[in-house]
Design a protein around this ligand. Structure first.
Ligand code: NOJ
Length: 547
């Protein structure tokens, strides 16, 4: 049973919110320097309000050398000068609140940037200094310590250790510029409690917590049997750095801070975990004294297949409900190939690496978008909250043919130029059909935009019946009215190939995942993802019906 749907109490905002993910660098450039900024986000608040979103999640906007898109934070209590000032952030948050939009900020606790004051002090302090204890420094192995301390590898490729000039090595599970913090150190613990207070005092309503499952490392720093396998997480595996039991103590510490702040500030606060753990482990992060929510990547990775989807949706709802949380639904973000593109590739796969390579020459872009639109109606009818990644409301595709010389993601270099990385979903937004960077700014954009952006720009879709933007606007408005307080979900068990169908009270959601048309069940048609005429639901189309 879905608590969110059955409760008679007013729902906490985060249980049913539409959260719009803003990638600040690529959203809107108000000062014409080719990079998005806080003022640009503020200027788009009326657009976001008209779209109907309940909250925005800001990807990292802190001072940073941007060696991993800002997930390399040099100062957790300021805004990067290229994006604006702390006053700009304060003003944005206040104006967002005037539009009834909450603001979630990104917190990156696993690692800092190598430009963070603490890391500079650690390097200057030398081996054995107290400054080094806030990070994970170790002597090397092999002759004269010239080899890494162990065989752990980085998520971005290569060893997870880098040697400093004085011979010691530091751990970085991601880029060389992102040294891992030592979460067994009391100063690290206190620092992040204080950062939670800082941003909530400034007006933030919540936190998206990066690599929430990675903070605690096996203190024996033993070698692993299979270093590459140790990067993937499935139940029963023994991981030296993912999903270790002690991480839950940290979750509880943070929840306590948020609860205190909530009482003090009189606003409902939340935190959502980016925890790449197995679906079986995820509910442990969602216990009432830990995270409010976590991203549901199991569903994001689901192939376009009715039975798989039904299983993963049922599991996610039941698992979240068992611990009093509410599931999240997300199909795209700044790390994944955009789902309009994924759904247009012929192979059902959850293998992101394969997707980074294509084969894009056989991409059926129209089919991908058609499926993406149907999936939107599915997500918005489900109990729980939905995360929308900027540009998916325009039906944007992955820009998979970016030239090598513009690639910025560290994955490109660290994979020795075998993976292009994640820039293809981070290309700046097209707001207008013409102009120097399709309305992104008055100059160019930090990543080149394809010519096809002219036809999908927001201005080209605004007010156009049947456009993806208008579909999102209509669906989000109707969702609030119809689905948010609807009763629990009940699957229709009809044996119809590749047709997913459920009711919630008098409402029915039907998604035809097959290519062939199927009979439309009885009921008044409320909304469909593509044209529906008569009593036939075309292939790769979703609809909402009311009886
Ligand atoms: C997950 C973030 O979403 C991703 O963009 C980043 O590279 C890693 N965590 C490391 O912070």
């Amino acid at each position: 049973m879905s608590r969110s749907a059955s409760s008679q109490q007013p729902l906490s905002w985060w249980r049913h919110a539409i959260v719009y993910q803003v990638y600040p660098r690529s959203f809107r450039d108000a000062n014409g320097d080719g990079t998005g900024d806080v003022e640009g986000i503020r200027l788009q608040l009326p657009y976001l309000s008209a779209l109907g979103v309940d909250a925005i999640w800001m990807n990292p906007w802190y001072p940073s050398p941007l060696l991993d898109g800002g997930y390399d934070v040099a100062d957790y209590r300021d805004i990067a000068p290229r994006f604006g000032t702390l006053d700009d952030a304060r003003r944005l948050i206040a104006e967002a609140h005037d539009h009834n939009i909450k603001v979630i900020v990104d917190l990156v606790p696993n690692h800092t940037s190598w430009e963070h004051e603490w890391f500079k002090a650690a390097l200057a302090g030398g081996p054995g200094s107290p400054e080094r204890e806030r990070y994970i420094f170790r002597p090397g192995s092999g002759p004269n310590g010239s080899l890494p301390p162990n065989n752990w590898v980085s998520v971005f490729g290569g060893s997870a250790w880098t040697q400093t000039e004085d011979g010691e090595w530091y751990l970085h599970l991601f880029d060389i510029s992102q040294p891992d913090l030592n979460w067994n150190h009391p100063a690290v613990r206190e620092e992040f409690r204080s950062i939670f207070r800082f941003w909530t005092d400034l007006g933030a309503d919540g936190f998206r917590v990066d690599v929430a499952h990675g903070l605690i490392k096996d203190q024996t720093f033993r070698d692993v049997d299979d270093p590459d396998k140790a990067l993937t997480v499935s139940i029963g595996d023994d991981h030296p750095h993912w999903d270790r039991d002690e991480v839950h103590e940290i979750n509880r510490e943070w929840r306590a801070v948020l609860n205190e702040q909530e009482a003090r500030l009189g606003r409902e606060l939340m935190m959502v975990a980016e925890a790449g753990v197995s679906p079986e482990s995820l509910p442990l992060y969602l216990r009432p004294d830990e995270y409010h929510q976590a991203f549901n990547f199991d569903f994001l990775e689901c192939p376009w297949d009715r039975d798989e989807m039904v299983d993963r949706i049922s599991d996610a709802i039941a698992r979240a409900d068992a611990v009093g949380s509410a599931s999240t639904w997300v199909l795209s973000n700044h790390d994944r190939v955009r789902h309009a593109t994924r759904y247009g590739l012929p192979v059902d796969t959850d293998n992101n690496e394969w997707l980074m390579h294509g084969p894009y020459e056989i991409l059926d872009a129209d089919l991908g978008l058609r499926r993406a639109r149907a999936a939107t109606l599915l997500l918005l009818a489900l109990p729980g909250s939905t995360y929308v990644y900027q540009g998916e409301e325009l039906g944007l595709h992955e820009v998979y043919d970016l030239p090598h010389d513009v690639l910025d993601d560290p994955v490109w270099a660290r994979s020795e130029h075998t993976f292009k990385g994640r820039d293809g979903c981070r290309v700046p937004m097209p707001w207008t059909a013409d102009g120097p960077s399709f309305g992104f700014g008055s100059a160019g954009s930090w990543l080149p935009q394809p010519a096809s952006f002219a036809t999908v720009a927001a201005s080209a879709q605004d007010g156009v019946t049947g456009s993806t933007l208008e579909l999102y606007r209509a669906a989000i408005a109707l969702r609030r009215e119809l689905w948010v307080n609807a009763p629990d979900l009940v699957w229709d068990n009809e044996e119809r190939n590749n047709v997913l169908s459920f009711t919630r009270g008098s409402l029915r959601c039907v998604i035809n995942l097959g290519d062939d048309a199927t009979d439309l069940p009885h009921g008044d048609l409320v909304l469909s993802s593509n044209d529906v005429t008569g009593s036939v639901l075309p292939g790769n189309t979703g609809c909402w019906l009311r009886s």
